[in-house]
Design a protein around this ligand. Structure first.
Ligand code: B12
Ligand code: SF4
Length: 509
């Protein structure tokens, strides 16, 4: 982790009494089972953009990035050396225990501690109860400058716009702070405050490419029923093409980056913007390979040719289901015909596709799951993730099933997505079995493409028969695990959220 000291803007000296802020990314990669499997390491753009903004506004800022660390000890060392007025922690559900540990470490050094990011935004009270002084549940840039100045000047935080804070035992929510009007005002991320080389060389060792992440927008204008968007809600802002090119060039020139991941919730919402960016990348460069998260209704096949020429390698698609009834129930706003068109066209253009699929959404029948498997079989995407629907607080899905939550459920820790968290139509074991069916089909992909489609079809049919004759009757008859806590139980609100990118990406996308 980097503990480099760079006061103010790079090269600028700040006054002695400038507020000092230490930002912490508590994510420890070695603790994340998903990371051990897939290794998708990128620094948090939220933290790096905040850090750059603070520096630009006269606040001395440093970052402790725990991604490559063993534990949270570097936070204590950094606090002792830097003596910040304030420690700010980025939060995800997965990193809650670490965030709480960091709060403890900050308190032990008598430094006020603040939380921001998706998890704290969803449940600020929990963080306040566990010892945080305040939470910033929305966009952080403007609020953090205000908070840092108040703390340095000894002004109480309760009521500060854009915060939720404690006043005695009362939780006080300050008035909302408007979002930044123009995302072009954001400085380039403060890459110099972390060990960028650690990320880049990890990628290089694994793929031969120096990969980095970039964001060109904030928010998403769509409204999928299960998607949690606590920070930016249903708003959407886009940077100009020139601003994006500036960031791409800086990554390429300063760090030798040759592959970027566009991390926007949905990439290319505005077709004209996307065309202008692609044209600029094709004609003037930087000539980088790239990947992005896209919606099938936006990814027009006539644009794919240009995207490919601009460097497109891989697209993450929120396919979710092969049943139109389920897509409608999820309020996806996408059509099966669009999925089929885009999947076929990506194949023609030799672009890898990563499908996100979801099982267990309310209303889904076994026939719907079969339809999803059938579509998966037909298009055999190169990569995929099939998760069991997670009701995330704050979503319409959660509201719809909140009376049917299993309360205490088994957690595999890590990234979730393989536990059934509410009383769905079928037992958890049946959904897990369905995941096995997808995994089997994914294995057959290689047989289908490299060896013999006929053999693959025969093996697929054998698996279907096994499902119909043995697994289905067995699992439907055996409902013992419904509503019963599994091994290693945990509260629902402690469970990590699946995937990444609201699931045109994550998270989930
Ligand atoms: C890009 C992305 C990734 C990338 C890069 C991750 C990274 N290192 O940043 C990859 C694919 C690697 C990834 C991985 C994971 N991701 Co992800 N990811 C995203 C995505 C799409 C964008 C993140 C982003 O850059 N946002 C833009 C920045 C500007 O916003 P921000 O981070 O929220 O920060 C702003 C505010 O929140 C606030 N703020 C943030 N931190 C702080 C701290 C303080 C002190 C203050 C005051 C303010 C503040 O100010 C910031 C600037 O305004 C989000 C969805 C989303 N729209 O946020 C999911 C999301 C953050 N990911 C999620 C998850 C679950 C994961 C994984 C755990 C998945 C896994 N392994 O299974 C991992 C964790 C990896 C990690 N390093 O932490 C979830 C988190 C949900 C939750 N409640 O925890 C999200 C919200 C998606 C979702 N809805 O499910 N992810
Ligand atoms: S799942 Fe994707 S498209 Fe749907 S609301 Fe979330 S971010 Fe937007």
């Amino acid at each position: 982790m980097a503990e480099s000291r760079e006061p103010g803007r790079p090269g600028e000296t700040l006054p002695e009494d400038a507020p000092r802020v230490l930002l912490v990314d508590p994510y420890v990669a070695r603790e994340d089972p998903m990371e051990r499997k897939f290794v998708e390491l990128y620094p948090s753009l939220g933290i790096l953009t905040l850090a750059a903004w603070l520096r630009d506004h006269g606040i001395e800022t440093e970052v402790t990035d725990l991604t490559f660390a063993r534990d949270a000890e570097p936070v204590t060392r950094h606090i002792r050396r830097f003596r910040p007025h304030l420690v700010g922690v980025h939060t995800k559900t997965l990193t809650l225990p670490r965030a709480l540990e960091i709060a403890e470490r900050a308190r032990a050094e008598s430094v006020p501690i603040l939380a921001g990011g998706p998890d704290a935004a969803t449940r600020p009270d929990r963080y306040l109860r566990e010892g945080f002084d305040a939470v910033v549940p929305s966009e952080g840039e403007l609020t953090l400058v205000d908070v840092a100045t108040r703390i340095r000047d000894g002004v109480p935080l309760a009521g500060c716009p854009g915060t939720v804070a404690l006043a005695g035992h009362r939780v006080v929510r300050g008035p909302a702070r408007p979002f930044l009007r123009d995302l072009d005002d954001l400085p380039l991320p403060a890459w110099d405050l972390i060990d960028m080389e650690a990320y880049l060389s990890a990628w290089q060792a694994r793929t031969g490419e120096r990969r980095a992440a970039i964001l060109t927008s904030r928010g998403c204008p769509f409204d999928c029923s299960w998607c949690s968007k606590p920070t930016f809600g249903r708003t959407y802002r886009q940077q100009s093409v020139d601003r994006v090119l500036r960031e791409l060039r800086a990554l390429h020139e300063r760090y030798g980056v040759d592959y970027v991941r566009f991390c926007d919730d949905v990439f290319g919402v505005d077709r004209h913007w996307l065309e202008a960016l692609l044209d600029a990348m094709i004609s003037n460069g930087p000539h980088l390979k790239f990947e992005c998260l896209a919606r099938v209704d936006l990814l027009k096949t006539d644009l794919l040719d240009r995207m490919k020429r601009a460097g497109l390698q891989r697209v993450y698609l929120g396919v979710e289901s092969g049943s139109q009834k389920m897509l409608d129930a999820m309020n996806r706003g996408t059509r099966l015909a669009q999925i089929e068109r885009v999947a076929a066209s990506l194949r023609e253009h030799d672009v890898r596709q990563f499908w996100f699929l979801m099982l267990g959404y309310p209303g889904e029948t076994l026939e719907d799951i079969d339809a999803t498997l059938e579509m998966f079989r037909r298009f055999s995407p190169e990569e995929y993730s099939v998760s069991i629907a997670v009701p995330v607080p704050g979503t319409r899905f959660y509201d719809a099933v909140k009376d049917r939550l299993r309360g205490r459920v088994s957690s595999t820790s890590g990234s979730g997505g393989s536990s059934l968290l509410y009383e769905a139509a079928y037992p958890e074991s049946l959904y897990r079995w369905q995941q096995v069916r997808f995994a089997w089909e994914a294995r057959l992909r290689h047989v289908r493409h490299r060896f013999s489609p006929e053999v693959a079809d025969r093996l697929s049919r054998a698996a279907d028969e096994l499902h119909e004759r043995v697994a289905k009757p067995l699992l439907l008859g055996r409902n013992r695990d419904r509503g019963r806590p599994g091994r290693g139980t945990t509260d629902l609100d402690q469970l990590p959220v699946i995937g990444h990118g609201p699931r045109d990406g994550g998270p989930s996308a």
